[in-house]
Design a protein around this ligand. Structure first.
Ligand code: ARG
Length: 473
């Protein structure tokens, strides 16, 4: 057949070239060009090994290495043209290499298939992105810790069901996010472990007919070992799923923080001021300051979760080993990477500049019946069975709501009318600071405990920061 019309590496067996629309459907180069640096890195390691086992001469390896280096430079200069006929970045790079160095370039694909090649590239790509995410996450943890430390003594009503529940220290509340993001840090680090098995050398699926030194290539590329099973090597995308799962969990946490900031920054709450830099105005209402960044953090979390779901569904229908469906794995991964590269550092910067309204928070805690449970405990300590104490305080709350007053406004006579056990000590119990001090259980909001938690968190932050720095790409 006319070679000019069918320029594909695999065209030998075909009588007619691909339909124009199939070309469009088939091409991944419109997005997988992002794998280029990893593809070139993998090719150099592969060629080096081919030279070591005598498949290439040293001179041929040098030619290939130089050619690939030049292609890398062309890409950096934006001189590398993307062409649908090249199908994917692996083919595009190989073709360009052949253009540049001629027949030697045609030897590069010995003992290799695009199936093991693409899985290797993607593992390298994900590993590098995770390293960046870890550095960004360390910054976010630092911002959260900084705000927690700066908030000592600030009290707000903690919420359940978005109803005022019990007073907590703002430091304590913010440290909850520290815990959440610490777990994300651990999860992302574990993703690195999922990328340590090298697919390259599996060939199309069955292994290759050459005495390749997979262990050497693996070490060269920063893998721990070659994959144990060539069929699994080209089928496996668990490292991508692990990445998306970790990303999805992290994004969900960012979304919860965002949702809280949206509520807290409303005029109704007025607990926090988000810096202008992370908000926007309205084209019609001059007074508006909208928490757009937070709203978009919520929306992005949905997309990341959808990507996790998408890739899981895509893979779930596939028999072993490689199937072309898998080409689209990258769309889910790239979309998520692009989101996280913005959302994590953005959240760090936004948290850094939050201004909490301590007065408003305290007033909300005072206005509420947040100490009702403390009063029930106080009665229980005087011998009233807890269930009865609960009912008695409930009735007092009802009375206060009807008479528009606070529990602390009730006179001793009014209290005694409900339970004779009430005494003057009631007025010491019904105090925010005193209530916090009573929360003496481990992990609770007692001020001494929170101070200790802050200290410990500072130590953990330092460990995570150092770990992230050592992995910085
Ligand atoms: N572009 C493909 C992908 O991203 C590369 C592997 C294609 N292999 C093949 N035999 N068609 O998955």
């Amino acid at each position: 057949m006319n070679e000019e019309k069918n320029n594909y590496f695999w065209s030998g067996r075909f009588e007619t070239p691909p339909h124009e629309l199939f070309q469009q459907l088939n091409a991944s180069i419109t997005y997988d060009w992002r794998l280029a640096p990893y593809d070139i890195q993998g090719s150099i390691a592969h060629a080096c090994m081919l030279a070591a086992i005598g498949v290439l001469t040293t001179a041929e390896f040098d030619e290939i290495k130089t050619g690939l280096g030049q292609i890398m430079a062309e890409m950096a200069q934006g001189e590398f043209a993307i062409n649908l006929e090249d199908e994917d970045i692996h083919t595009a790079i190989e073709k360009r290499l052949i253009d540049k160095i001629g027949d030697t370039g045609k030897k590069l694909h010995t003992a290799r298939s695009r199936n093991d090649q693409v899985a290797t590239d993607l593992a390298l790509f994900i590993r590098e992105q995770c390293r960046q995410h870890l550095c960004d996450l360390a910054l976010l943890l630092k911002a959260v810790h900084g705000q927690s430390a700066a908030a000592t003594g600030v009290i707000l009503p903690g919420y359940t069901h978005l109803q005022r529940a019990q007073p907590v220290l703002l430091s304590h509340h913010l440290l909850a996010y520290f815990e959440m993001f610490s777990r994300d840090f651990t999860r992302l680090r574990r993703v690195l472990d999922s990328t340590l098995s090298m697919p390259l050398g599996a060939g199309a699926l069955a292994g290759v007919n050459y005495p390749v030194k997979r262990g050497d290539v693996a070490l060269e590329l920063g893998f721990e070992r070659p994959g144990a099973n060539s069929v699994d090597d080209v089928s496996n995308r668990d490292f991508a799923l692990d990445y998306l799962a970790a990303a999805s969990n992290l994004s969900m946490h960012l979304s919860r923080l965002a949702a809280e900031l949206i509520i807290w920054s409303s005029q109704e709450f007025d607990f926090v001021e988000i810096a202008d830099a992370f908000t926007s105005g309205s084209s019609i209402m001059p007074q508006k300051k909208n928490p757009d960044a937070c709203e978009l953090l919520r929306a992005k979390a949905v997309r990341v979760a959808a990507s996790q779901q998408g890739l899981t569904s895509l893979l779930g229908g596939l028999p072993l080993s490689y199937n072309k469906d898998m080409q689209e794995d990258k769309l889910y991964v790239f979309d998520t990477v692009d989101i996280l590269l913005v959302t994590i550092p953005l959240t760090a910067a936004m948290v850094d500049t939050l201004e909490f309204n301590a007065g408003r928070m305290r007033a909300a805690a005072e206005e509420s019946f947040a100490l009702a449970a403390d009063i029930a405990d106080y009665l229980a300590a005087k011998g009233v069975p807890f269930r009865d104490a609960h009912r008695i305080v409930g009735r007092l709350v009802r009375k206060c709501i009807d008479e528009k007053k606070h529990l602390r406004d009730l006179t001793l006579d009014e209290l005694k009318a409900e339970a004779t056990q009430f005494d003057d000590a009631f007025y010491e119990v019904i105090d925010l600071e005193a209530s916090l001090k009573r929360k003496a259980s481990e992990g609770g909001t007692g001020p001494a405990l929170v101070a200790a938690q802050l200290k410990l968190a500072a130590k953990r932050l330092e460990e995570m920061r150092r770990a992230a720095e050592s992995l910085r790409p």
